[in-house]
Design a protein around this ligand. Structure first.
Ligand code: PRP
Length: 186
């Protein structure tokens, strides 16, 4: 293990953009908002693997309305810091979404290509309602018009890791949302 990989396995050596405490406060607020919007109803939290896994698990524990989980997986960015733009469904939902209140849960809304693809696809299955919760939003990166209904934090075009978000599949386990060091070796 080289010096760089040792240093970046804990958030203490990285620049923290949002601390675990800040994230907890904001996720609790989003949970209360969802409780108000769906009072007396049931919701399906539909997580987009893998980045949304940690946000979904925290958001779910801040929701009091009746709630179930489902997950989809789509093709990924790959190893580098650039998106290919191509979105492909790798894993579909396990349960039919027809007539259900669906909240698609994402870690980050970037170009919008992933959520636009998923939103269009799920809309065809006639859910009762279809909304989007994104922990992070990078509006300046958008290539397609799409907005989330619930947004944790809006950020500029910064490459972030931690709290589910990766660089080449690593760092998802960091409890804080951190900035990817620009000098990190490929
Ligand atoms: C990230 C994120 C979204 C997508 C957003 O996924 O989780 O799914 O990119 O980007 P977009 O708005 O430009 O489409 P990634 O491909 O990194 O896979 P992961 O969830 O497994 O980390």
């Amino acid at each position: 293990m080289n010096a760089m990989s040792t240093r970046v396995t804990t958030s203490s050596a990285l620049q923290v953009l949002f601390s675990r405490q800040q994230i907890a406060v904001r996720v609790a607020e989003l949970g209360r908002q969802i409780d108000r919007d769906y009072a007396g109803q049931s919701v399906v939290l539909l997580g987009v693997l893998k980045g949304a896994a940690i946000f979904l698990s925290d958001l779910a524990r801040n929701i009091k309305v009746d709630c179930t989980f489902d997950f989809v997986a789509v093709s990924s960015y790959g190893k580098g810091q650039q998106t290919t733009g191509a979105v492909k469904l790798i894993k579909d939902v396990d349960h039919a979404i027809e007539d259900k209140n669906i909240i698609i849960v994402e870690d980050i809304l970037d170009t919008g290509l992933t959520l636009s693809f998923l939103h269009k696809m799920f809309q065809q299955h006639k859910p009762r309602s279809l909304r989007i919760a994104a922990l992070l939003d990078k509006p300046s990166r958008r290539l397609i018009k799409i907005e989330a209904d619930y947004v944790g934090f809006s950020i500029p075009n910064q490459f972030v890791i931690g709290y589910g978000m990766d660089y080449a599949e690593r760092f998802r386990n960091l409890p804080d949302i951190c900035l990817m060091p620009p000098d990190y070796p490929e």
